[in-house]
Design a protein around this ligand. Structure first.
Ligand SMILES: [Zn+2]
Length: 247
C-alpha cells in the first residue's frame, strides 16, 4: 500500500513537472504577442504626432518666408517713396509721402516682431519634432527586438511543446482516472497551475501557508493522499520527489 501511494504521487508529480514546463512556454508566447501589438499601437500614435509636427513646422517655415517677403516689399516701397521725395511739387504731396513711409516703417516693425515669434516657434517645434522622431526610432527598435524574440520562441517552442505534450499524455496514462480528474480540476482552479506541490520550509509551496508538523509526518509516510488545508493542493515531501524518480 505504501509503495502504491508513493508511486501514484511520484507519477502525478512527474506529470505536474511536464505541465509546468508547457505552462511556462505558453506564458512566454502569451505575453509576447501582446507586447508586439502594444508597440505597434504605440508606433502608430507616435507616427501621427511626427506627421503633425512636420506639418506644423512646414506651415511655420512658409509663414516665415511670407513675412520676410512682406518686409522686403515694405523696404522696397520705402526706397521708392524716398526716391520720390526730391521730386514732389508741393507740401501736400510731401506730407503724403512721409505718411506712406511712416506706415511702411510701422508695418516693417510689426512683421519683424512676427518674424521673431515665428523663429522661436520653429526652434520649439523642431525640438519637439526631433524628440518625437527619436521616440519613434526607439520604439521601432523595441518592436523589432520583440518580434524577433517572438519568432524565435515560436520556432523553438513548437517542437518542444509538442514533445512535452506527448510526454504528458504518456505520463497521464499511468495515473488512475479519479486521481487524474482531481488533479486536472485542481490545476484549473490554481492560479499558477500547480495541483501537486512539495512542503518546503514547513510550508505548502503552492500557497505558502504553514503545514503543521503532524501533517508533515503523515505526508512522509505515503499512506494516503494529503491535501493542503488552505489551498487544497496535493502535498508531497521533498524526499519523495528528489529521489531521482522524477525526470
Ligand atoms: Zn497550500
Amino acid at each position: 500500500m505504501e509503495t502504491t501511494i508513493a508511486n501514484k504521487l511520484k507519477a502525478l508529480y512527474k506529470l505536474q513537472a511536464l505541465h509546468t514546463q508547457i505552462d511556462k512556454i505558453r506564458q512566454l508566447k502569451g505575453l509576447l504577442p501582446e507586447e508586439v501589438s502594444d508597440y505597434e499601437d504605440k508606433i502608430v500614435g507616435i507616427k501621427t504626432r511626427v506627421d503633425q509636427l512636420k506639418n506644423d513646422l512646414d506651415a511655420l517655415k512658409h509663414e516665415f518666408d511670407n513675412t520676410k517677403n512682406l518686409i522686403r516689399a515694405s523696404n522696397d516701397a520705402v526706397s521708392k517713396y524716398q526716391s520720390e521725395v526730391g521730386s514732389v511739387k508741393n507740401n501736400r504731396e510731401y506730407d503724403a509721402l512721409l505718411k506712406e513711409i511712416e506706415i511702411q516703417h510701422l508695418d516693417i516693425q510689426l512683421h519683424q516682431k512676427r518674424l521673431m515669434k515665428i523663429e522661436g516657434d520653429i526652434v520649439n517645434k523642431t525640438s519637439d519634432y526631433r524628440s518625437a522622431q527619436t521616440d519613434l526610432e526607439a520604439n521601432q527598435k523595441y518592436l523589432i527586438i520583440k518580434k524577433d524574440e517572438l519568432d524565435k520562441i515560436s520556432a523553438e517552442t513548437q517542437a518542444k511543446e509538442k514533445e512535452l505534450t506527448q510526454l504528458a499524455l504518456d505520463a497521464g496514462r499511468d495515473i488512475d482516472s479519479n486521481l487524474l480528474a482531481a488533479y486536472t480540476l485542481l490545476r484549473k482552479k490554481a492560479k499558477n497551475g500547480l495541483a501537486i506541490v512539495t512542503v518546503e520550509r514547513d510550508a505548502c509551496s503552492g500557497c505558502f501557508n504553514h503545514t503543521p508538523a503532524q501533517q508533515q509526518a503523515e505526508i512522509r509516510l505515503h499512506q494516503r493522499i494529503i491535501v493542503c488545508e488552505f489551498c487544497g493542493r496535493i502535498l508531497v515531501d521533498e524526499g519523495l520527489v528528489s529521489e531521482g524518480a522524477i525526470t
